[in-house]
Ligand binder design. Structure first.
Ligand code: AHG
Ligand code: MN
Ligand code: MN
Length: 345
């Protein structure tokens, strides 16, 4: 008899039965996000034939020129999520303020945050890109919804994940009981469970960082990478390999699959910015996934999930992946208390 395939729907229902931690409204929310990712995946796959490549005339709140797919993906997520009654509001890397659920629809208790299209510089060159999402609960005592309701530390997330659009479309999810991966079965049109209880090895010989920024780094990051580059002859006594895809989803997916350490540290190019990556749309969901798989995530000083945000589009320095390497990078920052990397925001 053929082994039965476990769909995302079945996985979520079984999570609810086994752990009692997945209310129906949250399940609905995750199914809608997955459906949105399926639709974005279709647009990505069409590429030039679907007219989805290239740039628009507009800039987002971060001052970045938007790609057509940044906007398409953002609209797909908004339209799919606003009418189901499961959400109170949404926030996106591509929108300056929060998006309230229109009055004509019922309001739910969840807040959805997303980076609709991660790895924008890779869209036109046919390299893996993705969507990252994070789910919070609206604070119980708040009437209406405000931007302040979103300013919760990552350790309050109730679900987080990403979908990577690569040779396969893979949805990776945590609801706080480990990490599961689902591959899109294009014939059936459904996500099928292909990996459960994902674990990251605590040690690694592979790092991911944009080396072209080396001259701008702070001393602890330079020290760490220098030691990796010295290889077997240096203090680490082993050779390291390097990968940098420039899509966080793809770099994190590799790390969840075979281990590694990812760094996008603060640097001197824009000293007033805490880093490049966004705390609430990128760092928080990825950090929770990594921790759920036995890895670690810090900003060089403290656990990313413990940072209480003060602004929706806040940026952060990111070190995540195999536990022992992240601990090493963090200890180098502690050895260098006068370093320049901002400790929190
Ligand atoms: P986005 O496309 O959502 O703006 O994110 C891009 C991010 C992240 O995915 C990646 O790790 C990093 O930017 C790459 O930055 P560099 O081009 O500076 O290497
Ligand atoms: Mn991104
Ligand atoms: Mn993006």
């Amino acid at each position: 008899m053929a082994t039965q395939k476990i769909s995302l729907t079945r996985y979520l229902i079984e999570q609810e039965r086994t752990h009692g931690s997945l209310p129906p409204q949250l399940r609905l929310l995750l199914e809608v996000v997955a459906r949105s990712c399926k639709s974005i995946s279709l647009s990505v796959t069409k590429g030039a034939l679907g007219g989805v490549l290239g740039t628009t005339e507009t800039e987002n709140i971060q001052g970045e020129i938007q790609k057509k797919l940044d906007i398409i993906a953002n609209e797909v997520l908004i339209e799919a999520n606003e009418w189901g009654g499961h959400l109170a509001a949404m926030a996106s890397e591509e929108m300056s303020g929060i998006h309230l659920v229109p009055n004509r629809y019922p309001q739910g208790e969840y807040l959805l945050l997303f980076d609709p299209l991660d790895g924008s510089s890779n869209i036109d060159v046919n390299v893996s890109i993705g969507t990252i999402f994070s789910v919070l609960k609206k604070p119980d005592n708040s009437a209406g919804v405000t931007e302040d309701n979103f300013l919760q530390a990552g350790n309050t997330q109730v679900a987080a994940g990403y979908c990577v659009y690569g040779p396969q479309t893979t949805l990776v999810l945590t609801v706080g009981n480990g990490v599961a991966m689902f591959t899109l079965d294009r014939e059936q049109g459904s996500f099928v469970l292909t990996s459960e209880n994902v674990r990251i090895p605590v040690d690694t010989q592979e790092f991911a960082i944009n080396m072209s920024n080396m001259r701008h780094w702070d001393a602890p990051v330079k020290r760490y990478i220098d030691e990796c580059l010295q290889g077997a002859e240096g203090t680490r006594g082993k050779d390291f390999n390097m990968r940098w895809i420039a899509s966080m989803v793809a770099d994190v997916h590799r790390i969840l699959t075979r281990g590694g350490v990812f760094l996008y540290p603060w640097d001197k190019r824009e000293p007033n910015k805490a880093g490049k990556l966004r705390l609430m749309y990128e760092a928080n969901p990825m950090s929770w996934l990594i921790e759920q798989a036995g890895g670690a995530a810090t900003n060089g000083h403290e656990r990313i999930l413990d940072i209480v945000p003060t602004a929706l589009h806040q940026r952060v320095s990111v070190v995540l992946g195999s536990k022992h390497e992240v601990e090493r990078v963090t200890s180098y920052h502690h050895d260098n208390p006068d370093g320049l990397t901002p400790s929190a925001t």
